[in-house]
Design a protein around this ligand. Sequence first.
Ligand SMILES: [Zn+2]
Ligand SMILES: [Zn+2]
Length: 175
Amino acid sequence: MILSLTSNETATREVEIVADASEIDLTASDDGEVRFGHEVTARLTTRRVAEEFFASGLVDTKATLKCARCLAEFEVPLTAPIELVIHRVHAPAAPGADLDAYVEVSSGTSSFDLGPYAREALMLTVPDVPLCREDCSGLCALCGANLNVQTCTCEGSSTDSRWDGLKQASTLKRT
Ligand SMILES: [Zn+2]
Ligand SMILES: [Zn+2]
């Protein structure tokens, strides 16, 4: 996902850069709960002032997530803001461990890889507790039925009796 740094001085440009998710190392989380595979598109406005290149815009893709309640897989669009300043200098500072919004590259550099920035921005938008829908009914804690598509005969499954033992245990711990 390469941003060209060859524009004319002070020119503002709209650029669209498309890459495969795998090209920017966006594949799946270690636990397999999040998967990527769609194209990643960055739409940026870039402006050059002397040796500084300003780029800001949005990056988007789609991800497949697993619902935290019913375990069904579902696809969601992800959109993340991306903003950075790339400064061409004679002696660029070594990049730190974190991705900074301000980056120094050596003078004469004609392209910049946005991949790590796009990846990080998109990963930050993945919800911690993905839900296939706001009111997902989840699975019955007793029989495992998907309550979005069927009902079961277990009464009050949301106050699952299996939690009773846990409650007792935590009470014991505190006393
Ligand atoms: Zn669900
Ligand atoms: Zn049930």
